[in-house]
Design a protein around this ligand. Structure first.
Ligand code: PMP
Length: 363
C-alpha cells in the first residue's frame, strides 16, 4: 500500500441507487395528547372487534412458536368468505406487504408499473425498490383514474397496473363498467391489481364487482386488507386473490413467517364477526355523509368520497394555512404538498371538531 492509500478514509458500504433515490414514505402523524384527534392514517377509530382481541389474547401464549407460514386456516376462511379456493389466496403483512410480493414477483429491473397519481404513496416506493419504473398517470378533472390515459401508457415493458378504488387520497371510485372496458383494452399479459383497501366503506354499486371481473379476466388480482374496516392496522395482515399460478408465486415471494400467528387468528375471528364490522362501517358512512353535506353547506366543493376519509383539494398558501390551523387545533390530518389534505372520518366528536375548523376557513 502507498502512504496515500494508507491515509485515505476506508470505503464505506453504499446503498443501491434505487434505494437512495427512493421517496421516503411519510407515515401518518401520531399524537398522544388527550385532545389530539388522530385523523391522518385512515385507521378505524373503533377498537378491534372483541372477538379479534379475544383471539389474540388466546394465541399470545404461543408466541414462542413460529406461525403457520402457509396461513392455511386464514386462507381457507378467506376462500369460504369470497367463494374462491385457498389456492387463489395469498396473504402478507398488510396489503402493502402483499403488494411488495406482487411487484417483486412480476417486475424485473426496467419493467414498468403504471398507477394513477395522486394515489397511495407506497406505490412508487415499492416499484422503484424493485428496480422497476414507476409510471404515474395524472388523475382526471374529477380526481378519479384517467383510464384512457392509463391504457395509452402501456408499453411492452408494462407488467403491472395498479387501480385504487376508492382512490386514496381522493375517495373517488372507478365504476364497474369502466374497469371492465379497461380490462378489455389492456393486454391480458399485464396484471391489473384492483387495490380495494377501503372497499367495505364503498356504497354498493359505486365501484367494480371485482370478484366477478376476476372470474372473467384471469389477469385481475384483487388486493384487500384487515387494516381499515376490520380495525387491525397494527397487526399487519392483508391478502390478494389471483389465479392459482399467480397466488402461488406471491406466496413464494413472501418473506417467510411475515404474518404472525396473532394476526392470522385475529383476521379469522374478524371475518367471523363480519356483521359487527358492518354495523361500525355503516356508522362511519353515515358520518361521512353528514360531514360532506355540512362542508358543502359551508361552501367547500368536494368529490363524493367512498372511503373512510374526505379529500380537500388545496395547494400553496391555502394548504399551508389549513395545515397550520389543523396543527394548532391538535387535529392530525394528512397533507400532500401541492395537492391537498386528507381527513379520516372518525367518531362524531372528532368529526365535529373538523367541521368547526373548516367552517372558519371556507372559501
Ligand atoms: N392500499 C391503500 C389504497 C391504502 O391506502 C393502504 C393504507 N394506507 C394500503 C393499501 C395498505 O394498508 P395495509 O398495508 O395496512 O393493509
Amino acid at each position: 500500500m502507498t502512504p496515500e492509500q494508507l491515509l485515505a478514509p476506508p470505503a464505506l458500504p453504499t446503498l443501491r441507487a434505487a434505494v437512495t433515490r427512493l421517496p421516503a414514505y411519510v407515515p401518518g402523524r401520531r399524537g398522544t395528547g388527550l385532545d389530539i384527534a388522530a385523523l391522518a392514517s385512515n385507521e378505524s377509530h373503533y377498537e378491534p372487534l372483541p372477538a379479534a382481541t379475544a383471539a389474540v389474547a388466546e394465541a399470545a401464549g404461543t408466541m414462542n412458536r413460529y406461525p403457520d407460514a402457509a396461513a392455511v386456516e386464514l386462507r381457507e376462511r378467506l376462500a369460504r368468505h369470497l367463494g374462491v379456493t385457498a389456492g387463489e389466496v395469498a396473504v402478507g403483512p398488510g396489503s402493502v406487504g402483499v403488494l411488495q410480493q406482487i411487484i417483486t414477483g412480476l417486475c424485473d429491473a426496467g419493467d414498468e408499473a403504471i398507477f394513477a397519481w395522486r394515489s397511495f404513496e407506497a406505490y412508487p416506493i415499492l416499484v422503484e425498490l424493485a428496480g422497476a419504473r414507476a409510471v404515474r398517470v395524472p388523475l382526471d378533472e374529477a380526481e378519479g383514474h384517467d383510464l384512457d390515459a392509463m391504457a395509452a401508457a402501456v408499453t411492452d415493458r408494462t407488467k403491472v397496473i395498479l387501480l385504487c378504488t376508492p382512490n386514496n387520497p381522493t375517495g373517488v371510485p372507478i365504476s364497474h363498467d369502466r374497469v371492465e372496458a379497461f380490462l378489455q383494452a389492456v393486454p391480458s399479459s399485464v396484471l391489473v391489481v384492483i387495490d380495494e383497501a377501503y372497499v367495505e366503506y364503498a356504497d354498493a354499486g359505486s365501484g367494480p364487482d371485482s370478484l366477478a371481473l376476476y372470474r372473467r379476466y384471469p389477469n385481475v388480482c384483487i388486493l384487500r386488507t384487515f387494516s381499515k374496516a376490520y380495525g387491525l392496522a397494527g397487526l399487519r395482515v392483508g391478502y390478494a386473490i389471483a389465479t392459482p399460478a399467480i397466488a402461488e408465486g406471491l406466496r413464494r415471494t413472501a418473506l417467510p413467517f411475515s404474518v404472525s400467528a396473532l394476526a392470522q387468528k385475529a383476521a379469522v375471528a374478524s371475518l367471523d364477526a363480519g356483521e359487527e364490522m358492518g354495523e361500525r362501517v355503516s356508522l362511519v358512512k353515515q358520518e361521512r355523509g353528514r360531514m360532506a353535506a355540512a362542508l358543502e353547506a359551508q361552501g367547500w366543493r368536494l368529490q363524493p368520497s367512498q372511503g373512510n376519509f374526505l379529500w380537500i383539494r388545496a395547494g400553496g398558501e391555502r394548504l399551508a394555512t389549513l395545515v397550520d390551523a389543523f396543527d394548532n387545533a391538535g387535529i392530525l390530518v394528512r397533507a400532500y404538498q401541492g395537492d391537498g389534505l386528507r381527513i379520516t372520518v372518525a367518531d362524531p366528536a372528532s368529526n365535529n371538531r373538523v367541521l368547526r375548523l373548516l367552517a372558519a376557513h371556507a372559501a
